[in-house]
Ligand binder design. Structure first.
Ligand code: FES
Ligand SMILES: [Fe+2]
Length: 370
């Protein structure tokens, strides 16, 4: 059983220096040290249910084709033809009819990545199709999410994610389905998104609608150090949820009961996702930096597929609540980006409500070798 606490910060705990949010060199270094070697969440297995279904993603400046082969295995192929390197697939989503064909000279790959056909190559001395499969990134799945890792020798997923595996079984996240998603382009560094998510010190001012449903000082954390951080906040009313009405008509997910009916759990999963567990739905933010001062965030709302079958099912109360909360968060995060870029900015002192931010910073600096 997890134990929850509200540790404060030690004396002298301060925010990060400006360069970590503003320097193009730091951003380039992050692409190698963090996004080139960590397990990155890129979506859900439910997005590619059938053989040949695919979507493309762009972690760390790469383009990957995430698809499912005839044996049901998920692959993440580098979108790079083995002939002259051409990017092959330009669609965001789609379906391959049994193979992936390069538009340049029609080299054709199986859904397992093997090179099946290469026009006019049979008379080239020493050429063997078996030597030219598509290159692929490592793939892992957890709770219905697909993760990729660009490293040549990635840390095994089960080892990297040991603190999380099995931890959220009560919500049956793997069995949920995404009903809505909204894309946001933020004018701020990706770390400000993680840091903003990790405290509710700002909630009474920035999110009056949230503060009404969940006291901003009720946060208690059980993951306090390392790549995964978070805990729960309480709902003021038992059996409610974070919705525009403050009520919910949806039954609890999975085997959620007892104290979990009165809590919202929030976790940051370094460096690509934020996971919010409500009694009756789950929200995930997929976070991807696109420049030192730009971040793409995809927010998705997931529900129990049985509950969604009900004719009066309506996700709007959850979607609208979080869409408003998101926009409020993006606004203050963008304001912070402007401030930390100022010559007047100096690292400021963290409050005792910001222990997770200090932990995030420590982990980040450790990974950056600083
Ligand atoms: S570059 Fe792909 S077939 Fe020539
Ligand atoms: Fe917020």
């Amino acid at each position: 059983m997890e134990t929850f606490a509200r540790p404060g910060v030690g004396a002298g705990a301060r925010t990060l220096d400006s360069r970590w949010y503003c320097s193009p060199e730091v951003y380039a270094d992050e692409q190698t040290r963090i996004f080139g070697s960590a397990w990155l969440c890129v979506g859900r297995a439910e997005e590619i249910p059938a053989t040949g279904d695919f979507f493309t993603v762009t972690p760390a400046g790469e383009s990957l084709i995430v698809t499912r082969d005839g044996d049901g295995r998920v692959h993440a192929f580098f979108n790079v033809c083995r002939h002259r390197g051409t990017r092959m697939c330009q669609e965001a989503t789609g379906h391959f009819q049994g193979s992936i064909q390069c538009p340049y000279h029609a080299w054709t790959y199986g859904l397992d990545g093997g090179l099946r056909a290469a026009r006019n190559m049979s008379d080239v001395a020493g050429f063997d199709r078996a030597d030219y499969p598509l290159r692929e990134a490592a793939v892992a799945q957890w709770e219905g999410f697909i993760f990729v890792n660009l490293a040549a020798e990635p840390e095994p997923f089960a080892q990297a994610f040991a603190p999380l595996i099995g931890r959220f079984a009560r919500w049956n996240i793997g069995g949920l389905r995404t009903r809505r998603s909204i894309h946001y382009d933020l004018r701020c560094n990706w770390k400000l998104v993680f840091q903003n998510y990790s405290e509710c010190y700002h909630c009474p001012l920035v999110h009056p609608q949230l503060d009404k449903l969940s006291p901003s000082d009720s946060g208690r954390n059980d993951l306090l150090e390392g790549a995964f951080l978070g805990g729960y906040s309480e709902l003021r009313t038992s059996g409610s949820s974070l919705t525009t009405t403050g009520h919910t008509a949806r039954p609890p997910l999975g085997s959620v009961d007892g104290a979990d009916l009165d809590r919202i759990y929030y976790y940051t999963i370094f460096p690509s996702m934020l996971l919010s567990l409500h009694p009756d739905y789950v929200v995930v933010h997929y976070v991807q930096p696109t420049a030192v001062d730009r971040t793409a965030v995809e927010c998705a709302w997931m529900f129990d597929p049985k509950t969604m079958e009900s004719p009066d099912f309506d996700p709007t109360d959850a979607v609208d609540f979080w869409d408003l909360t998101n926009r409020q968060d993006w606004h203050v995060s963008e304001l912070t980006q402007r401030g930390v870029a100022s010559r007047a900015y100096q690292p400021g002192p963290y409050s005792n409500a910001e222990g997770l931010l200090h932990a995030f910073d420590r982990h980040y600096l450790h990974v950056m070798g600083a």
